[in-house]
Design a protein around this ligand. Sequence first.
Ligand code: PEP
Length: 252
Amino acid sequence: MMRKPIIAGNWKMNKSYSEAMTFTREVNQKIPSEDVMDTVICAPAIFLKGMEERAEDTPLQMGAQTMHFENSGAFTGEISPKSLADIGISFVIIGHSERREMFNETDETVNKKMHAAFREDLTPIMCCGETLNQKEEGFTEKVVSEQVTKGFNGLSKEQAKRAIVAYEPIWAIGTGRTSSPEDANKTCGLIRQVIEQLYDNETAQSVRIQYGGSVKPENISSLMEKEHIDGALVGGASLQADSFLAIIEGAK
Ligand code: PEP
């Protein structure tokens, strides 16, 4: 099955609003058509509306880096799924390892957020991945299978098909140390197998799986050549327009 590639930048807590707007202007006209590839920038939430307006009528799409699972209530500082959808945001990263490590996200909250995303017609990019210790002790498969199984708990087949999974080995994030394309493909293949066991082959073949962890213009093509890798979630290298565009080019 041909799955449409998806390249998503995760800016984390970087850039000022004016830098974000300049970036959007610079890349806007150079983004491939949505028929060919999905191209997304997950920016700090307060940039999203302005960027979305600037990118209107272009294929560049915006995503949030997290959200709450409730649509309203006494959750000081949080952002609701409904408010993201209301300003035209299409994607949301859920369960990034930095959120899991520093902001107490668990498989249970990740699962609630997956349901909340679909409720508001947002496409979730659900992150999973093992620590260096877990890798060295041979627990990659166990950890990743569990994160995917718990994250997808209770999703319908139609929802599961639309979900995006980002396999991000934690030891590769922001370290310059990329997983080999073979190893990344193996774990992405395992994720597909888990989804097949949870649903069926058709669903597993529909889900798009990204690799993330020190993706750069130099390594994107060798990753994208692999059977189970449908795109990338890119941190550091998405911050500069030229390297983000080079990654998009290499992913075609
Ligand atoms: C990330 O934050 O999701 C990420 C993969 O970062 P980097 O590309 O900088 O390793």
